[in-house]
Design a protein around this ligand. Structure first.
Ligand code: BTX
Length: 325
């Protein structure tokens, strides 16, 4: 309701400080008793609120929900996440985003699901997306860039997510080219970039982000337990998903604007600072075989450059990277 929205906005502006009962009743144009009733409603929804005489009310914690409201209230972006589609359960948020994009959804539209039953990774691999624990989201973008530049957006997204995780949790994840964010050698985040393009260029780019947030180790199936991790496992406390989403969308928009104005170089510098695979011996497994050598950098398109043992520089467009110890 509108009242609920105004109330949450008032708390959001107070940034964790008290808002007096009088201010709330003026704002909502209702009696102090009615204010109390609205506060009780918020408590029922899972908000933890403190009431102190003469000071008023303040929010101690929000429920870990990623409903449209929870993400929208306190969001500081101009267009990222200004249109939100939130599903309790979806096959894949990528699929939903593709159909919204085809119907003309504006840039910045974001699709979330509490769970995915057919979450997908690259090359028809699957992405485990259990209910209520992670951020399973797809962002719709409409950049005017040639098709061959779109892999840069995967790298840009990785930088935005690392920055947001650092801000919210104090953890320092690293990026493994092209699309993994890792913590202590395990996968924390996967990114999948897909396109709708025709001869006249890119119509839309759909960036899917799978972020393991509040899973415990037992929430992962056996085969992922040695290769996957979550923010909760690393940080040893649960994290409010809506807050993390807000930071991701904000960082993303900031970098994306820079990218549209100044090209890939500013993003490339940041990406390199967060990358672990650079200057290491690696094995890149591509669809056409493996390339061994030292990862020496990425070029201006975001392609990985590998200095092979026989002295050549190989360009790797798509591969799985293993650090060769
Ligand atoms: P990828 O192909 O690089 O990684 C997929 C591989 O990662 C799987 O084969 C498996 O080994 C491992 N894996 C699967 N699930 C998880 C998990 N939860 N945590 C860690 N490792 C896992 C990465 O592809 C791109 C993933 C994008 C997922 C998002 S979620 C929202 C959007 N919707 C959708 O269907 N996909 C994207």
């Amino acid at each position: 309701s509108l009242i609920r929205k105004q109330l949450l906005e008032a708390f959001s502006e107070a940034e964790g400080n008290f808002v007096s009962g009088q201010i709330i009743s003026d704002l909502l144009g209702c009696s102090r008793t009615a204010v109390w009733k609205h506060i009780e409603d918020l408590r029922k929804e899972g908000y933890e609120l403190e009431a102190v005489r003469r000071k008023g009310y303040r929010i101690l914690s929000k429920p870990d929900s990623i409903s449209g409201d929870a993400v929208a209230i306190g969001l500081k972006t101009r267009y990222m996440g200004r249109q939100i589609v939130h599903e309790q359960s979806a096959g894949s948020t990528q699929k939903i985003a593709h159909s919204f994009a085809a119907e003309g959804a504006p840039e910045g539209t974001v699709v979330f699901a509490e769970e995915q039953t057919e979450g997908r990774g690259r090359m028809s691999r699957s992405w485990h997306s259990p209910k209520g624990t992670g951020i399973w989201m797809s962002m719709i973008l409409r950049p005017s860039i040639p098709v061959n530049k779109t892999p840069q957006l995967t790298l840009l997204t990785a930088v935005a997510i690392v920055q947001a995780i650092e801000e919210v949790t104090g953890l320092h994840p690293v990026i493994k080219w092209p699309n993994d964010i890792m913590m202590n050698g395990k996968k924390l985040v996967g990114i999948l970039t897909e396109l709708q393009a025709e001869a006249d260029g890119v119509h839309s780019v759909i960036i899917g982000c799978g972020i393991n947030v509040n899973q415990q180790i037992n929430d992962f199936p056996e085969e992922l337990r040695n290769i996957a991790t979550s923010v909760m496992i690393e940080k040893k406390e649960s994290i409010n998903r809506a807050l993390l989403i807000q930071h991701i969308l904000f960082r993303f928009e900031e970098l994306y604007e820079q990218y549209l104005q100044h090209g890939f170089s500013p993003v490339k510098l940041l990406w390199e600072a967060y990358a672990i695979s650079l200057n290491r011996q690696i094995i890149a497994r591509t669809l056409h075989g493996s390339v061994k050598g030292k990862a020496v950098g990425i070029d201006d398109d975001g392609v990985l450059l590998v200095h092979t043992y026989d002295g050549r520089i190989e360009k790797i467009y798509s591969a799985d990277i293993e650090i060769d110890c």
